[in-house]
Design a protein around this ligand. Sequence first.
Ligand code: NIG
Ligand code: FE
Length: 414
Amino acid sequence: MKIAITNIKELIQIEDMPKKYVSGNEMNNLPTLKNAFLIIENDCILDFGSMHNFTPSISFDKIIDVTDRLILPTWCDSHTHIVYAGNREQEFVDRINGLTYEEIATNGGGILNSATLLQNTLEEDLYKQSAARLEEVIKLGTGAIEIKSGYGLTKDAEIKMLKVIKKLKENYPIAIKATFLGAHALPAAFKNKKSDYLIDVIENILPIVAKEKLADFIDVFCETGYFSVEDTVKLLEAGKVYGLRPKIHVNQFNAIGGVQTGVKYKALSVDHLEEMRTEDIEVLKNTETMPVALPSCSYFLSIPYTPARKMIDAGLPLALASDYNPGSTPSGNMNFVVSTACIKMKMTPEEAINAATLNGAYAMGLEKTHGSICRGKKANFIITKKIPSYSFIPYSFGNNQIEAVYLNGVKQDF
Ligand code: NIG
Ligand code: FE
């Protein structure tokens, strides 16, 4: 199947030579081509160029004219928890009425609330709820996604979550990476026995996860009141034995040295970073660890935003992800993430689009196949509605500017 898409008003994020990621000043450069064509063959991008050089040919099975519309690569959402059971809107109301996120968690709500719900949900039902969320984010233009475990917190429930992720991988055309987050919170059954829980995760759960190849990465919620740097080191050492590269939650509420630990263990990414000290920025320089900001989480919890300006101006790369989860970010809308990064973090539209495509792909180890319009990469792209420019996407926050989403060369039916 060979399809030509013609009269593209602007083709965004084009690459002749694929890059791993962009950092610092480079992030403000978003390569585009006006009045362009794009040719896809089966599931891959075959070619693109200027309409002046386009020759209609009988070898095309279809020619699609997209006059006045833009095309950009689908969003790469490198941090989500979309496999969860039920919701936590009551905690949302409790927060409006004055409780803090921390107070809710201390009273047995928060992650432990989701864990109880998930433990009591059958795998089939968990799959259905999660598949509905996955379909929702595909409609919103996401074409590659990372999904974490961490709402199970028992061997059976963690495996159940990871099996649901595996099934989603098998049944949907979106690229999915799975992350084992056994150390997301201390389960009630292990209250005051954290070292016993770490032993359980490391000796009983992790070996099964690895043996059944249920995870690509390992994560830890490295935070005051959750898992310390010392705990994180134990878990990352254990993951290393099975070749699981870290992608970790650090510096959400407190800077306790999680970034340094991530860098030391060659984490693919360190995520959240709402609280960044100068030394946390410094240690990330010239490493292969991608910092990931989650602005929808800051928005929903009313906590500080990741200091993107400081970080990019210091020469660092930055990726943007949704953090879609029931407690801190009940939204997987990457268009909103990109808008919020521009509005609240003062990222330019060019920086935000780079962060949510190419850099997001890198943060999942998918930069060779996703994140840009590049010959040989997957034919994953968004066709916008008739809009004046790509800056209109973050500008018109909360509105949907997407007309069609293609994954692996196939238009997704909404
Ligand atoms: O990334 N910070 C840790 N985990 C999730 C939220 C967990 C929850 O409240 O359910 C996050 O924000
Ligand atoms: Fe998260």
